[in-house]
Design a protein around this ligand. Sequence first.
Ligand code: AKG
Length: 296
Amino acid sequence: MTPETILSFPARVLTEEQRRRYFETGFLVAPGVIPRAWLSRLVELSKSFVEHSRSVSGSNEAFDLGPNHSPATPHVRRLRALVDRHPDFWGFAADSPLADIAADLVGPDVKFHSSKLNYKWPGHGEIVKWHQDIPAWPHTNYSPVTLGVHLDDVGPEQGPLTCIPGSHRGPIFVHRDRGGSWTGSVADRDMNGVDQSRAEDLVGPAGTVIAINCRTLHASRANATDRVRPLPLFVYSSADAFAWMPAPTPTSKTGAIVRGEAARTAHLDPTPCPVPPDWSKQGYGSIFVAQGAEVD
Ligand SMILES: O=C(O)CCC(=O)C(=O)O
């Protein structure tokens, strides 16, 4: 569907202005759209998983752990395949206003792709370099959108996601080094051609939803506060977008239709997309592993 067709359906949660801004810039910040009860539940679950991680000594299918993780100082970088970690995470992805926000941005027929919860701890551990999402999980079109929820107030000093406006209409970069190995980030030689001074921070109070189109260039800085920044992320697409390579971190719900109907016809966008490694053979750690995250 074109943005014009999507916008011809009535908005469910977002304003028309917010939807238009998303299509124009490739991202969106929408404060105050998550009901308080859902927000409290997500915060509670997030804290309980960090507590649980104290008894886990190495990364596994649920936890991506930083190298200095210990029972005394848990360092969870990512909770993987979030919707498989607790039924309420799936309830949130499928039965909360989040899926309606996805419908506002991809059209009435919405497919769930994947989810995770990233933690950015104080210090320099989880700096995320410039990247686009779609090269890791290519689809037949560019409707996929990642929705994040701020569980706490997030300001510029907490290492928010930061996006280059309009980059969703630009090139799709190869996220590999000169030798062809996957890096999960755009090479400096490619970023040199991008005006990074135009980047906008996706900041806002607890309950803010952020949306990032799958082609938008984004990154995040170090967390310079003494508070952890937990950020659950959920990826949706239009139902007529089909992944053409195995997902890096598939979930039991990947491919589920959360709004509207399954597609009978695939929408094929002619814009070429680089081919990622076959994650079903190579395995996938996390963006922190791929980008070789620095640690304190
Ligand atoms: O958590 C962050 O700051 C960045 C997350 C991100 O861009 C990703 O996981 O693809």
